[in-house]
Design a protein around this ligand. Sequence first.
Ligand code: 6GU
Length: 246
Amino acid sequence: MKIELLTIFPEMFSSFLDASIIGRARANRLIDVHATDIRPFSVSKHKNTDDYPFGGGAGMLMMPQPIADAMRAVAPEPFHGKRIYMSPRGKTLTQEMAQQLAKEENLVILCGHYEGVDQRVLDKYIDMEVSIGDYVLTGGETAAMVLIDCVSRLVPGVLGSSESAADESFSSAGLLEYPQYTRPRVFEDMEVPDVLLNGDHKKINQWRREQSLLITAKLRPDLLAAAPVTEKERAWLAEQMEQVQP
Ligand code: 6GU
């Protein structure tokens, strides 16, 4: 997968792109991410990228010309993929959306700043607007990193088999992860649950499944409705919840 970023702050991406799993995926040529600075595309005297809004109002807007020229440079026609504008008014990023985007050959991600972008450049050059949640950021760059992170890990080969097994296993689909422990066995007077020390993998799997059900019921009851949970498990869970909150 090839990802082109359009931003006025390309330097914000350097450590993100070099570190950890994203850095390894790039080194292994599984993903190709490139940040293009919009500013040099400006034809204005001082390489401006923003201007005042027609009709007045607070703040500045990103001018259409530098973005349009940058877009044509990184995504010439025919373009095969999705051109995304990171925006708080966009569709909220979900795991399902990430799975769809992971199938694309190319992504172009436009990061906005100031009060937004001239609407005409969005109408002509953007396929979808994506938000990462209902809160306001100073710019689209951090949101773009979130999108790149969650899409990249779904590209085949990006996660090692041990990394991918954990949360994509059918058994835990739609539920929160069970608690995990590493050495030492006793830390600040707190012990690792006995069941994890006995090597009985049937019991361990059952305990983990129960813990996933309990933690999901407690922290994200909204997820339970859609999760693949058997009638027997739902009954067990209802019983447990009664004991906690009679
Ligand atoms: Cl994608 N951009 C900005 N500027 N703010 C946001 C956002 C994106 N998602 C949530 N808030």
